[in-house]
Design a protein around this ligand. Structure first.
Ligand SMILES: Nc1nc2c(c(=O)[nH]1)N[C@H]1C(S)=C(S)[C@@H](COP(=O)(O)O)O[C@H]1N2
Ligand SMILES: [Mo]
Length: 249
């Protein structure tokens, strides 16, 4: 496992060296090396993510009887409300930014991807926790389908709600983006997400705190930097209250 990215990385370094000479750069062999560098980029993030360990998972009988809603518990946008009332038939999840193949997925398409189910504990900095069962595809599947470019360093989640007059958003690095427990959940405890918990789609990034778990996700954007997004803090609470961008549990 770890061997593969290492070999690709060496190929990548060789390819980068070749940029100094424009003639060599054009050769099909060198193009092959650039391709290897890109594969190495993805494989490296995957290897790092799986090395960093998994968040604890729980048994079904350990689930909290209720999972409270916190922060935004409703979305004011009229299109959202109309979609909520009818089961989100025209809702689309966009995958944009530094990708070769932008996507706009329906809820049915998200549910048709390979699914992961995980029972985890959510910890909010306000001093409460809850254990819930989440289901949805791994973010890695979407990023692969969209072919994230090698310049991408972060994934930004754009949400449909506003809080204190600002758009809620969050961001994570590529190691967390490719982590096996990073999923786009469409259900909680076997039911479609209620509005208060982020319908129709919300993130679960299980090694981080509650405020990173973006609800009402409408777009996933691959970026090189989040300096120019919001106030530049990388997320709503990071901007508003100076919360840590990396919110490890
Ligand atoms: N879009 C959006 N996502 C959000 C929030 C929010 O207000 N808007 N609140 C965050 C905080 S602080 C917490 S603790 C969790 C709460 O998730 P829950 O409502 O499912 O309990 O969502 C996080 N994600
Ligand atoms: Mo929170």
């Amino acid at each position: 496992m770890v061997d593969l990215p290492r070999r690709s990385l060496i190929a990548g370094i060789a390819a980068l060296g070749a940029t100094a000479c424009s003639k060599i750069n054009e050769s099909p062999a060198t193009k092959g090396l650039f391709k290897a560098a890109e594969d190495g980029h993805r494989a490296l993030h995957r290897a790092l993510a799986s090395k960093q360990g998994m968040a604890k998972e729980f048994r079904p009988d350990q689930r909290s009887p209720t999972f409270r809603g916190n922060g935004s518990v409703t979305v004011a946008d009229p299109f959202y409300q109309q979609q909520l009332a009818s089961g989100f038939p025209d809702w689309r999840l966009a995958v944009t930014g530094l990708v070769e193949q932008p996507l706009a997925l329906s809820l049915a398409e998200v549910k048709a991807l390979p699914q992961r189910t995980q029972i985890t504990r959510h910890d909010c900095v306000e001093g409460w926790s809850a254990i819930g069962e989440w289901q949805g595809p791994q973010l890695a599947h979407l990023l692969d389908a969209a072919k994230v470019k090698k310049e991408a360093k972060f994934i930004v989640f754009r949400c449909a709600d506003t809080l204190y007059g600002r758009d809620y958003y969050e961001s994570i690095d590529m190691v967390d983006a490719y982590h096996p427990q990073t999923i786009i959940a469409h259900s909680l405890n076997g039911e479609p997400l209620p509005e208060k918990n982020g319908a129709p789609l919300r993130m679960r990034i299980e090694r981080q705190l509650g405020y990173k778990q973006a609800k009402y996700v409408k777009a996933i954007e691959a970026v090189e930097s989040f300096d120019k997004i919001g106030q530049g803090g990388g997320g709503f609470w990071e901007d508003v209250a100076g919360y840590q961008w990396y919110a490890g549990v």
